[in-house]
Write a protein that binds this ligand. Structure first.
Ligand code: FES
Ligand SMILES: [Fe+2]
Length: 330
């Protein structure tokens, strides 16, 4: 398949991409609270988590966003509508009676380890991940808030993702990572809307994978991408979560969360493929911004980009196929 070209990154395409995100599963980013309503971010969208369910954090009246902080009550700041448990509209100032059909509609949720994924529309099932994740003790992971980072880059979100999905650039862009990984053993596998990249380590520490795991035993980084906006990077010390927030056709924020297995020695947290994540991210961000500048120029002239490098860019190719599939209708 030929690369679809620069139209993927065009501002005109961005709104359609954003609309299509709703039909896919995205990670909810939030700080847990005991309150009945907890705001969370899902890609570009704001949601509310409540009693194991998710709702749009948007009023059904004139679409004001509702909550900025956890709360035991839910009252719209614009015209004072109040919603009760289950998203039921209870109070609607000015109306002779509470209007029907204007409750907050629950969104689909799916738990994975300590995380919650949300899907805003459609019926697409959660991707099959058990082949890769069974036997990995995700449930025991503990969030380390000191590992929270947000990187803002001047680039279309798909440029960040396609860079994430290929190992071909590693020897050129990441000198540190290159010495931690045996790139001759690099491989990627593609499932439906999932790309898994296997980073074989030159030496310990290794990811604690169960015996018989399809990635093998000497893995320094197991990189699991869930289309469109989530990456779970599994290292010897735990999981680095990347949640991609497409801000516009020319700006993207990457939210990092660090989840650690209790009892991991400090030296394991700074060694091997997962040891210098900030350096690696800044190296990636710099090259992706270079690409964004070049794509703008290419778009103005031919709009064409080169063919995929076999074996190395299979994940990026699959990603572009998913991006260019017919969009779900409203
Ligand atoms: S927008 Fe919420 S009450 Fe009007
Ligand atoms: Fe990279």
């Amino acid at each position: 398949m030929q690369h679809p070209g620069t139209r993927l990154y065009a501002p005109e395409a961005f709104f359609e991409q954003r609309r299509a995100f709703g039909a896919d599963w995205q990670l909810a980013r939030y700080t847990p609270s005991e309150a009945l309503w907890t705001p969370a971010e899902v890609g570009m969208d704001r949601v509310l988590l409540s009693e194991g369910r998710a709702y749009p954090n948007v009023c059904t009246h004139r679409a004001a966003t509702l909550l900025d902080a956890p709360s035991s009550t839910l009252r719209c700041p614009y015209h004072g509508r109040q919603f009760g448990p289950g998203g039921l509209l209870r109070v609607a100032p000015g109306c002779p009676a509470v209007p029907n059909g204007e409750d907050l509609e629950p969104l689909a949720t799916h738990p994975l380890g300590p995380w919650t994924f949300v899907r805003s529309s459609g019926h697409r099932p959660f991707p099959q991940l058990s082949r890769w994740l069974d036997g990995i003790p995700l449930q025991t992971l503990r969030r380390d808030p000191t590992g929270d980072r947000v990187y803002t880059i001047k680039a279309h979100w798909a440029l960040w993702v396609e860079n994430y999905l290929e190992g071909l650039h590693v020897p050129f862009v990441h000198p540190g990572l290159r010495s931690a990984l045996d790139l001759s053993a690099y491989r990627s596998e593609i499932d439906d809307r999932v790309v898994v990249q296997i980073g074989v380590a030159r030496q310990a520490p290794y990811v604690p994978l169960p015996s018989g795991h399809p990635a093998g035993a000497q893995v320094g980084g197991l990189y699991l991408y869930i289309y469109p906006c989530t990456a779970l990077n599994i290292y010897a010390w735990g999981v680095s979560v990347n949640a991609i927030e497409p801000v516009s056709a020319t700006e993207t924020r990457i939210h990092y969360q660090r989840w650690v297995w209790p009892g991991t020695p400090p030296e394991v947290q700074t060694a091997g493929a997962g040891g210098a994540l900030e350096d690696v991210e800044l190296e990636d961000d710099a090259i992706v911004e270079r690409v964004a500048r070049g794509v703008e120029q290419a778009a103005a002239h031919t709009g064409r980009l080169g063919s995929y490098v076999p074996g190395w860019e299979d994940g990026a190719q699959a990603f572009h196929q998913w991006m260019t599939e017919p969009k779900p209708t409203r």
